[in-house]
Design a protein around this ligand. Structure first.
Ligand SMILES: Nc1ncnc2c1ncn2[C@@H]1O[C@H](COP(=O)(O)OP(=O)(O)OP(=O)(O)O)[C@@H](O)[C@H]1O
Length: 263
């Protein structure tokens, strides 16, 4: 069954400041990219979707049941979360880090079997980090580390992937490879991928966009939707223009000559 996330009038404050202001959202199959300016509330929304932040009011439902009523184990088998800045797990090797993704299935101290080894090997192959299996995470570059942490999320085999800026630190070919991977993963029956992304050219490859500004969702829908594109141009100001691209997918054009609202 494809995971179904519903956000109903979600209000959330951090440090006494309102950060999410009445977010309503429905996410099901496919690849959804959440975009918006710095501080718009994207990571906060993703953490709330993962059940990591309690709401002041409103709720997040996973498969029709409030997230707050899922046990941690149930949640971990249904959804995997990749943090924005990536936690570095000390002295662990790359393989040991990816193996942590199997804890939801094994429990702490459980003995991995062939099924677990297969999931780990497959996740490492998908992110091309199998050649570093024995190196320690802290010895890797930012982009290499990001790929290992993504592999850990993939190793969970959770049908719902919530990934906060998974392309950060990656070079252009690996960003494109990941976009292709997200599309493939989200196209599998019963799976969905939600990514927070800053790289708009990558975000526009998703099936759906959610555009956020100032703690609110200002538009959501297919990338080709005219309302979604207008919202993108509105929240990013004159700095970008969306134009038709090949295969019916829109493309982003940077507008260096017009002052942006950051100027
Ligand atoms: N722990 C916290 N305490 C107080 N305010 C916070 C806290 N964490 C985040 N915020 C504020 O909440 C707002 C939304 O932050 P969030 O990280 O969700 O934004 P974002 O859209 O993901 O931004 P970015 O694109 O810069 O990663 C910001 O104004 C931020 O300063």
């Amino acid at each position: 069954m494809t995971p179904r996330l519903q956000v109903q009038d979600l209000q959330l404050a951090l440090g006494g400041r309102p950060v999410l202001r009445g977010v309503d959202l429905q996410l099901d199959s496919g690849w959804t990219a959440i975009v918006g300016p710095n501080g718009a509330g994207k990571s906060t929304l993703l953490r709330a979707l993962a059940g990591l932040l309690p709401a002041q009011s409103g709720q997040v439902l996973l498969d029709g049941r409030p997230l707050a009523r899922w046990t941690a184990g149930e949640r971990a088998r249904r959804l995997a979360w990749l943090a924005q800045l990536g936690d570095t797990t000390g002295e662990l090797s790359v393989r040991e880090t990816v193996e942590l993704g199997r804890i939801a299935h094994l429990g702490l101290g459980g003995t991995p079997g062939p099924r677990d080894a297969q999931a780990v090997a497959q996740a490492m192959a998908l992110t091309e980090c199998q050649d570093w299996a024995l190196r320690r995470l802290q010895e890797l570059s930012g982009g290499e580390r990001q790929r290992v942490l993504l592999a850990r999320a993939l190793a969970t085999e959770a049908p719902l992937l919530l990934l906060d800026e998974p392309t950060t630190h990656l070079d252009a070919p690996h960003q494109v490879a990941l976009a292709r991977l997200f599309r493939q993963l989200a196209a599998r029956p019963g799976h969905a991928v939600v990514t927070v992304l800053h790289e708009l050219s990558i975000a526009l490859q998703a099936d759906h966009l959610v555009v956020m500004a100032q703690g609110q969702v200002v538009a959501q829908g297919p990338c080709a939707d005219a309302g979604v594109q207008r919202a993108l141009e509105a929240v990013f100001g004159q700095a970008i223009r969306i134009r038709p691209g090949p295969c019916g997918r829109p493309q982003v054009a940077l507008n260096l000559d017009e002052p942006s609202h950051a100027d």
